[in-house]
Design a binder for this molecule. Structure first.
Ligand SMILES: C[S@@+](CC[C@H](N)C(=O)[O-])C[C@H]1O[C@@H](n2cnc3c(N)ncnc32)[C@H](O)[C@@H]1O
Length: 293
């Protein structure tokens, strides 16, 4: 089946109401996008902020007549005859297939490769993590994950215990095991992440060395030599006492998921418990590392 979409510029006051109205006119779905690269990070709980320039995209079946809809919108006071719009044909595609076609094996650091489970392994002698992220975050293509993978690759993890706080797909947990860790604990607030991590550990024949906990079920006396947490800056700040309590004295910490401009403040906060290093950066993102005092 093919579709057409009506794409137009609106603003944060009108975008949602127009979306609701278009659904009443027969639209199958509404997507709101940033019209001018105005990032919104970490909205407060229950808030859905929109952009000053918001693009509304309304999807319709291919044979839907959009002319009366556009005419009615042109007459609305917020557009005043100046509706800035496009009508686009959407090819029918297998989107899952398309995503899979675009995800290739990637090398991190010197030894580590992340290989999608449906691809051939480029270097059988490397340390290969076979990954299918399922519904969870973590393919290695995001800079925050890449920063953690590179850090893990640079450590000697032999016989160490590692905690992956915010494990998502389990990419970091499984990478740590493949890099020689003895035991890894993965923690997440999302049940999908626990499931995906378990499946990826099984895929890599290391499920017996991976324990998984939903956050509220995590044992309080858990301690490891290495802890990696790729979550956003807000939760990392709130979780700091808990994260610090899980790292043994002299143990290593890496925090990722924070923006460059958040690095100094977060490093200062963690310096209550850790000797913090200078941050490392990738694109707009930073990684903080430290050693437990
Ligand atoms: C950016 S993803 C990172 C996934 C993976 N570790 C990686 O590096 O690609 C962040 C993960 O942290 C989880 N998360 C968010 N807040 C959390 C919290 N307070 N406690 C534990 N996990 C949390 C999310 O569910 C998500 O799976």
């Amino acid at each position: 089946m093919a579709w057409i979409q009506l794409r137009f510029h609106s603003d944060k006051e009108h975008a949602e109401t127009l979306g609701d109205w278009l659904m009443e006119q027969g639209s199958l779905s509404i997507t709101l996008e940033d019209g001018q690269d105005q990032p919104i990070f970490e909205p407060k709980l229950g808030e859905t902020p929109l952009w000053n320039d918001t693009i509304v995209i309304a999807l319709f079946e291919a044979d839907w007549d959009l002319n009366p809809i556009v005419a009615e919108m042109q007459a609305m006071p917020e557009f005043n005859g100046k509706l800035n719009y496009k009508i686009e044909q959407i090819e029918d595609k297998d989107w899952v297939r398309e995503w899979m076609d675009n995800f290739h094996p990637i090398q991190f650091g010197k030894r580590l490769w992340i290989c999608p489970s449906w691809r051939d392994i480029p270097d059988p002698n490397a340390i290969n993590v076979i990954l299918d992220p399922g519904l969870a975050f973590g393919t290695g293509t995001h800079p925050t994950t890449a920063l953690c993978l590179e850090w893990l690759d640079g450590l000697d993890l032999a016989q160490s215990e590692v905690i992956d706080f915010g494990c998502g797909s389990g990419i970091l947990a499984v990478a740590a095991l493949k890099l020689g860790a003895k035991q890894v604990v993965g923690i997440d607030i999302d049940y999908q992440a626990i499931e995906a991590s378990k499946a990826n550990a099984e895929r890599n024949n290391c499920a017996e060395q991976l324990s998984l906990y939903l956050t509220e079920q995590t044992p309080t006396d858990l301690k490891a030599e290495v802890l990696v947490a790729n979550i956003l800056a807000g939760p990392l700040r709130e979780l700091a006492p808990q994260i610090a309590s899980h790292v043994k004295q002299g143990g290593k910490l890496a925090l990722s998921g924070l923006l460059k401009e958040q690095a100094i403040e977060l490093a200062e906060h963690y310096s209550q418990w850790f000797e913090m290093d200078e941050p490392s950066h990738k694109e707009d993102w930073s990684r903080l590392t430290g050693v437990r005092k």
